[in-house]
Ligand binder design. Structure first.
Ligand SMILES: [Zn+2]
Length: 221
């Protein structure tokens, strides 16, 4: 059985509130990548209602995974090694919300230079890194993972359906988006669109897992 993951970058308010509820209704755990520099701030071009401590705790308490999306959401490829490492170093930034360190990292703006950035990610203890290159992965892949954007103006349900149908048992499709709301940005989608995708994935019988659960499968007790 193939694996599908739902992920969100930047922790937009509407993802934390509306989209998380849609996942909850199906018992699905998503991965929400948080950049502390964006907390309590309007995310330019994405959403003008900021996520606060309350939204982060809501998502955390529902059992979703909180990944790290760098400290200040800068373009890492414009920085030197030392500053890249500083941006990727999470300290207690995630632990203070969830009680444990994030093991999943996504690159801001999808800026990936796999050779050097993934080396830093491994050294910092991340078990996976995700970019925004279009494609699916092998279930055994861990770094510089490909993804499929749920950007409503760019992708159709038919494409998602075709990708799902062609997903092999050893393959892993990581979906990602930002805001999920009626007046969605060009990096997001509507709740209706998102809901249709969730239902399609549920019906596909694929395994649906947060990234940390792909890396460390939960054992049945
Ligand atoms: Zn981002």
């Amino acid at each position: 059985m193939g694996i599908v993951s739902f992920t969100f970058d930047d922790f937009p308010y509407s993802a934390a509130v509306g989209a998380a509820d849609i996942l909850d209704a199906h018992g699905i755990k998503g991965t929400f990548y948080l950049s502390p520099g964006l907390i309590n701030r309007i995310i330019p071009g994405i959403e003008d209602k900021p996520s606060t401590h309350a939204e982060i705790m809501k998502v955390t308490n529902k059992g979703h995974e909180i990944g790290f999306h760098s400290r200040k959401h800068l373009r890492l490829n414009e920085l030197g090694y030392f500053d890249v490492a500083k941006q990727m170093f999470q300290g207690s930034q995630i632990k203070k919300y969830t009680g444990r360190k994030a093991v999943s990292f996504s690159y801001p703006f999808g800026c990936t230079y796999p050779k050097r950035f993934d080396m830093i990610a491994r050294l910092l203890g991340y078990k996976t890194t995700r970019g925004i290159d279009f494609g699916v992965n092998k279930v055994s892949d861990r770094y510089d993972l490909n993804a499929v954007a749920i950007y409503e103006h760019k992708i159709s349900l038919k494409i998602i359906e075709a990708l799902l149908k062609s997903l092999k048992p050893d393959e892993w499709m990581i979906l990602y988006t930002h805001d999920v709301r009626d007046n969605f940005s060009k990096y997001g989608c509507s709740e209706f669109f998102f809901k249709q995708i969730v239902e399609m994935v549920v019906e596909s019988q694929m395994e649906i897992l947060a990234l940390e659960d792909v890396v460390h499968p939960k054992k049945d007790l």
